[in-house]
Design a protein around this ligand. Structure first.
Ligand code: HEC
Ligand code: HEC
Ligand code: HEC
Ligand code: HEC
Length: 441
């Protein structure tokens, strides 16, 4: 890294970016603390627990300002409903939190809400919860659901509360299952026999789209007495990851690469909700299960419990959510244009107002970025205001790109070329910024 920069004739910072004498917050102990923090945040990626996240959401006062599906405060947006972004990654979520922080703190001061620290572990639970409320969906629409059943002719074989066909079982008995995933799982395990009957009756295999499954469950529930309600636990991505292997999915689906018998399920064109993905599994069930039988692993694949299905789907969603990959070159630009470089050193670039960020290399993650923003935000905001630096706003993949840049092994994507930075580093020992910042101003 240093070699590359020198070879290009650019000597940026000669002195270490953090020195004990200039009052900069970084020092050796801080270094290892920051490294440990980053490692902790990264390790927690798949272990976040949505239920604990929900408790934290209340304990940390988020609920005082944010509703979830209509319940809670209305100072900030309803976090269960803001789906404007379509597919969301944890990087985007961390970016959104950064973007909104100045207004959020303003409101906190107005409302007398105290800012409480959030550890990386707690942040991972909050992220799991925020992910959960996005993929779990609100209750469906019974009117649309009735249409789904009619369109697909389910009632020619199934009765609902004794009305309808008797080829298959009465569907009313399942109405206590609120979660569409339970339905998908029941249908999954009966798919081959249902398909057989349908073929005999000359019916095509139904293809669900969007919230069909959700709406259908809402309709059946509305038709039946529906005494009890059984909810599933929020899925566990960690358990789902193990089940993906154990239930044979991994033998046909290679995540993040092609070459499996089935499609790559890490692709972003998969829906973002539990019932959306469950519906896709249903659409493809006949081919998948036939193929699994042919390979002699039908039992392994078919014998999914409802909770297994939730866990596997949660894993698929969480994988895309947390592991959306950024582009380190683009991230390098973000580091300069968002002015992080003005205050933070990284390798040979950057200022000394904040600590040097090298210790996070290899450990940067959305959870860490959200934790840092929450913990140091007020101080950073004050430092920025004092220097007329606007609070950074992240769009699209910028946060993921920045994270990729911070994680990349030392190598210079492209050294900044303006000689102005050399004189700057001579004259200004507190605030060193290199060429791209000057250009960005
Ligand atoms: C005192 C009120 C308040 C508290 C407490 C609060 N927020 Fe916010 N939050 C807001 C406001 C206001 C906005 C919108 C800011 C804007 O429009 O720029 C917001 C925006 C957000 C957004 C972006 C939403 C979107 O759709 O763009 C997220 C995510 C978020 N908050 C998460 C949290 C979490 C997690 C907590 C608890 C740790 C929390 N907030 C606590 C007021 C608050
Ligand atoms: C051609 C007849 C037929 C059609 C049409 C049909 N099914 Fe089925 N269904 C069956 C049969 C037969 C079974 C039982 C299979 C078995 O025992 O393995 C079944 C099983 C089920 C089960 C599992 C019930 C249990 O007791 O575990 C569910 C849920 C289900 N169907 C839902 C649906 C839905 C929703 C539709 C419409 C999209 C539909 N079915 C359309 C014949 C059909
Ligand atoms: C024996 C091979 C095989 C196994 C085992 C298998 N699948 Fe598949 N899967 C396929 C094939 C082939 C397709 C595409 C089928 C088609 O085109 O109709 C598919 C399609 C899918 C789709 C739809 C993808 C899309 O883009 O719409 C999902 C979701 C899925 N599988 C999930 C799973 C899960 C979860 C498991 C484990 C429980 C699993 N599969 C097990 C072969 C398999
Ligand atoms: C105006 C100066 C300033 C800017 C601009 C700035 N920061 Fe900071 N940052 C600070 C200060 C000061 C601290 C330390 C606060 C403390 O120790 O209380 C800090 C702390 C941090 C930490 C935590 C370090 C640790 O020791 O745990 C990270 C990570 C961080 N900032 C990242 C960023 C990123 C990424 C950007 C650009 C989007 C950025 N900062 C922009 C001043 C700034």
């Amino acid at each position: 890294m240093r070699l590359a920069a020198t070879a290009l004739g650019v000597v940026l910072l000669v002195t270490p970016a953090w020195g004990a004498d200039d009052g900069a917050p970084g020092n050796r102990t801080d270094d290892s603390r920051m490294r440990a923090l980053a490692a902790e945040a990264k390790e927690k990626t798949f272990t976040g627990d949505a239920e604990q996240g929900w408790e934290l959401f209340r304990d940390k006062s988020c609920l005082r300002c944010h509703a979830v599906w209509g319940t809670g405060g209305d100072v900030g947006p309803d976090l269960g409903r803001s789906r404007t972004l379509g597919h969301l990654s944890a990087g985007q979520l961390a970016g959104m939190m950064w973007n909104h922080v100045p207004r959020m703190w303003e409101k906190m001061e107005e409302g007398g809400v105290r800012l409480t620290a959030i550890s990386p572990e707690e942040m991972s639970h909050l992220f799991a919860f925020l992910l959960f409320i996005r993929y779990a969906e609100e209750p469906g629409d019974p009117v649309a659901g009735k249409q789904v059943l009619t369109t697909y002719g389910c009632q020619s074989c199934h009765a609902i509360d004794a009305e309808g066909g008797h080829v298959g079982p009465d569907l009313a008995q399942w109405s206590r299952y609120v979660n569409p995933v339970v339905w998908a799982q029941k249908m999954w395990s009966h798919a081959l026999r249902m398909k057989g009957t349908m073929t005999q009756m000359g019916m095509a295999w139904p293809q669900f789209s969007g919230s069909d499954l959700n709406n259908m469950v809402a309709y059946i529930r509305s038709r039946t007495a529906g005494e009890g309600k059984e909810y599933l636990e929020p899925g566990s991505a960690a358990r789902g990851s193990r089940l993906f292997e154990a239930r044979g999915c991994a033998s046909c689906h290679k995540l993040g690469e092609s070459g499996g018998v089935g499609p790559d399920l890490a692709g972003t064109d998969l829906p973002d909700t539990l019932s959306g993905i469950a519906a896709r599994m249903w659409n493809h069930a006949p081919r998948m299960l036939e193929e699994a039988h042919r390979q002699g692993q039908g039992e392994r694949t078919e014998s999914l419990q409802a909770q297994d299905m939730v866990d596997i789907i949660t894993y698929l969603i969480a994988r895309r959510y947390f592991l959306a990959e950024g582009d380190p070159k683009a991230g390098w630009k973000v580091f300069f244009t968002k002015q992080c470089v003005t205050c933070h050193g990284f390798d040979e670039w950057g200022g000394t107002i904040g600590p040097k960020l090298n210790p996070v290399r290899g450990g940067a993650s959305p959870i860490l970025m959200a934790h840092v923003m929450w913990t140091y935000g007020p101080k950073m905001l004050a430092e920025m205001a004092a220097r007329g630096i606007p609070w950074p706003r992240f769009e699209g993949s910028e946060m993921a790109d920045l994270i990729a840049f911070l994680n990349e092994e030392a190598q210079t994507p492209q050294a900044p070329s303006s000689p102005a930075s050399e004189s700057a580093s001579e004259s200004d020992s507190r605030q060193r910024s290199s060429a791209p910042v000057d250009r960005a101003r």
